[in-house]
Design a protein. Structure first.
Length: 391
C-alpha cells in the first residue's frame, strides 16, 4: 500500500487508497539520493550459475520462447511436486495439483479472485504484505486483521476468533512472515488449522521464504491433519534462487482448488516466463548443499546487519526467518517511523521501509521500520557505517 492516499479520479472505488507501492516509492528515493537501498527486498547478485545456464540453454534451444502450457511446463511442475515431497512429505500430482504462475504475486491474486465472492471476509495477520490488501479489494471481499505484536510477534487467540464471522471465507497466512520475520510455530498453526476445519474455511498460504528460516522450522499448514484438502499453498523461485525478476511462482492444492485458481489465473497473464520455467526446475533439483549454503549466507548477513543496527542505537526485533528485520524508530529518537524513513536518505544515505503502511491499526506500526539484509556484506557494511551518523 502506498503512503499516498490521494483520491484517483478514474480508479474504481475498490482500489481507492492504493497508489504506487511503498517499495517503488522508497526505491525511487534511494536512486534520487544515491542512498543504500535496504528497503526493497531484492538481492544484489544473481543466483546459481546452473540456473542461469539452464535459462540460457532453454532460450537458445527454443524451449519456452513461445507460449508454454497454461498450467506450466511439465519439467517445472514435476520439479515442484518433487520439492514438496522432498522437503515436507507432501504428495501433489504434477498434472492436476500444480499450477505455475507469474510469481507468487499472481498466484495470490488468482487465488483470492477465484475463491472469494463479493462481500466475503478474508482474515489475515497484520502487518500484512501490501498486495494482500489490493488482492482482497479487487475481489470485492473484506479484509479482517489479527495483529502480530513485537517482540515475539505472537497473536491472541481471542482476537483471531473475534475476527471471524459467518461471512469469513478464507484465512490468508504468510509464514515465514514479511515484514516481521516471524515463523509461525506448530502450536499456532494447529490452532489456525483447528479453526479452519471447525468453520469449514479455506486457507491460502504464502510460503515464498520457506527456505530462509533461522529459528524453528517451516511447517506448511497443508501438512497438518485435515488441511491438505482446504489449503492453497503458494511459493516461488524468486527468493530461494535470487531471480526475483523472472517471476516464476506456483500453486499446490487439490485438483478442485487448483482448477478454480487456474481459471482466474488464465485471464491475468495466461502464461509467462517460458524459458525461466525450465531454469527454476533445475534450481529446485539442486542438492541439499545449495539450500544449506543459502541459509548460512543469509544468516551471516542477518547477524552482521542486526549487530550494526544495534550499534547505531536501534532496538531490533530478531527475525526467525525471511531476509528482513524490524527496528523501533523510537530507540533513535523518532516517534514516527514514516518520518524517519523519509529523512534517512538525506540524513545518512540509507533507505528503509515504514511498517505503518502494512497495518490497518496504524498506531500498532507507527513507530516500526523494516530493513532488508539480502545484500552483499560490502553493501551492508556501507549501510551500517552510514547509520552510525544518526547518533
Amino acid at each position: 500500500m502506498s503512503v499516498v492516499s490521494k483520491r484517483q479520479p478514474f480508479l474504481n472505488a475498490r482500489l481507492q487508497g492504493f497508489g504506487a507501492t511503498i517499495f517503488a516509492e522508497m526505491s525511487a528515493l534511494a536512486a534520487k539520493t544515491n542512498a543504500v537501498n535496504l528497503g526493497q527486498g531484492f538481492p544484489d547478485k544473481d543466483g546459481p550459475k546452473e540456473v542461469i545456464e539452464a535459462a540460457t540453454a532453454a532460450i537458445q534451444s527454443g524451449l519456452g520462447n513461445q507460449y508454454p502450457p497454461g498450467i506450466g511446463v511439465a519439467e517445472l511442475r514435476n520439479a515442484i511436486s518433487a520439492h514438496q515431497q522432498r522437503f515436507y512429505g507432501l504428495a501433489y500430482d504434477p498434472d492436476l495439483e500444480v499450477l505455475v504462475t507469474a510469481g507468487a504475486s499472481e498466484a495470490l491474486a488468482a487465488a483470492v479472485l477465484a475463491l472469494c465472492e463479493t462481500g466475503d471476509e478474508v482474515v489475515t495477520f497484520e502487518p500484512w504484505y501490501d498486495i494482500y490488501g489490493a488482492n482482497i479489494a479487487m475481489a470485492g471481499a473484506v479484509k479482517k486483521v489479527v495483529t502480530l505484536r513485537p517482540p515475539g510477534y505472537g497473536f491472541e487467540e481471542t482476537e483471531f476468533l473475534a475476527a471471524l464471522s459467518p461471512k469469513t471465507r478464507l484465512i490468508l497466512l504468510n509464514s515465514p512472515h514479511n515484514p516481521t520475520g516471524k515463523v509461525f510455530s506448530r502450536e499456532e498453526l494447529e490452532f489456525i488449522a483447528k479453526v479452519a476445519i471447525e468453520r469449514d474455511l479455506l486457507v491460502v498460504t504464502d510460503e515464498v521464504y520457506e527456505h530462509l528460516v533461522f529459528e524453528g522450522d517451516h511447517i506448511p499448514i497443508a501438512s497438518l491433519p485435515g488441511m491438505r484438502e482446504r489449503t492453497v499453498t503458494i511459493s516461488s523461485g524468486g527468493k530461494t534462487f535470487a531471480f526475483t525478476g523472472w517471476k516464476i511462482g506456483w500453486v499446490c492444492a487439490t485438483p478442485e482448488l487448483t482448477s478454480a485458481v487456474r481459471i482466474a489465473k488464465q485471464f491475468l497473464t495466461y502464461v509467462s516466463g517460458g524459458p525461466f520455467q525450465y531454469a527454476i526446475a533445475v534450481g529446485l533439483s539442486l542438492g541439499d548443499d545449495y539450500y544449506m549454503d543459502l541459509l548460512a549466507d543469509m544468516r551471516r548477513k542477518k547477524d552482521f546487519l542486526l549487530e550494526g543496527l544495534e550499534s547505531a542505537g536501534f532496538e531490533i526485533f530478531r527475525p526467525q526467518g525471511t531476509y528482513f528485520v524490524t527496528a523501533d524508530a523510537r530507540s533513535v529518537g523518532y516517534e514516527d517511523g514514516l518520518e524517519l524513513c523519509w529523512q534517512l536518505p538525506e540524513k545518512v544515505g540509507v533507505v528503509a521501509v515504514p511498517n505503518v503502511v502494512f497495518y490497518d491499526n496504524e498506531v500498532e506500526g507507527q513507530h516500526l521500520i523494516r530493513f532488508t539484509f539480502c545484500k552483499s556484506l560490502d553493501v551492508l557494511d556501507e549501510a551500517v557505517t552510514r547509520l552510525q551518523g544518526l547518533q
